[in-house]
Design a protein around this ligand. Sequence first.
Ligand SMILES: Nc1nc2c(ncn2[C@@H]2O[C@H](COP(=O)(O)OP(=O)(O)OP(=O)(O)O)[C@@H](O)[C@H]2O)c(=O)[nH]1
Ligand SMILES: [Mg+2]
Length: 380
Amino acid sequence: MVFLSRVLSTGKRDRNTGKFIDSLRIYVRGGAGGMGFPKYGGIGGKGGNVNAVAKEGVTLRSLLTENPTKRFIAQNGGNSHKNRILGEPGADITIPVPVGVTVVNDFGKVLGELNTHGSILVVAHGGAGGNPLSQYNGQRAKPFSVKLELKLIADVGLVGFPNAGKSTLLRAISKARPQVASYPFTTIKPNIGVLEYSDHRQITMADLPGLIEGAHMNVGMGHNFLKHVERTKLLLLVADIQGFQLGPQYPERSCLDTVVLLNKELELYRDDLLDKPAMLVVNKMDVAGAQLKYDEVKNKLRNLANVVGDYPEELRPERVLNFTDIVAISADKDPRGVEKLKHRVREVLDFHAALQQEDLETKVVATLRAQMTPKGPQML
Ligand SMILES: Nc1nc2c(ncn2[C@@H]2O[C@H](COP(=O)(O)OP(=O)(O)OP(=O)(O)O)[C@@H](O)[C@H]2O)c(=O)[nH]1
Ligand SMILES: [Mg+2]
């Protein structure tokens, strides 16, 4: 019964409870411009801007706690008067936001991204001061709402059906302690763990809520949290060798089905996610019969392109993930397997970083070559 009520209530759960918030809607208004002074041709002061500034250590939760009204209004510009012909500009207001925030307006337009500590975005401009062109009336600045959307920055993103063992794996591979339970949708907010190596190298891994077929239509936890994998460098898919079934009235999905369906959901979210390096972890290899199942399925997992044709069109991805590795482990009972995986994750990340570096160097050389005049130095 506990299981059923959890499943049934997942859609309605308030996703903003708990400590972590990954989006926040705020109200902003630039300052109005000050009045000009027609008699002396005086210009009103410009209204202040509302600026968002990325700061390490700030969270959307702390921003909300410190600004419960969620209103950010800059100061109006001063009027021009006989003792001060140029009106005083209104003061800007600064919203400290976490690094990794995208600012989006109510029409879905991206106003900007703040991806490094100290980067600034003018979210709302102050109005111009009154001047001859405006008959000396200060310009009003319209209020509007924007959404601060936080994308976590982690090197590796764990993607899988509910209950596959993503959180168990993060617990085994790092010191993070995400909740683990035998019902689907245990994880409702992302968790980040740090993989630590003996040479002090650190790799961050994000554990995400379970992704399920139909997530793009908001089934289960939906797929909006996939924004957190947009900037990861490696996708780590986790599939339960036993497959998955949400409930008796839902179709049974085999391990292979879950991988194909995850591929499809990733594609529906943003098909360029399929270009990211990806590894597959087949989990729960300690359960009875797991090895037999794995032996049957491993070649198919290696050649997804050959099997997706068997799936109906609505479930079939157009493009398949290309796994660099397929690793069969028990996140729960095989510490050596987990340790090997940890090292392999590092190797794959390093390999792709080197490839990208090479790519960058090739591009730089090509650009330099293109810029060379026939008389210029010879590039070998
Ligand atoms: N036998 C076995 N059980 C496992 C293994 N890994 C995880 N489990 C169990 O599977 C269940 C789900 O594990 P979680 O780690 O919570 O799964 P999850 O993928 O994070 O699930 P959601 O957060 O719901 O998406 C728990 O009961 C775990 O104890 C494993 O390697 N072997
Ligand atoms: Mg979980």
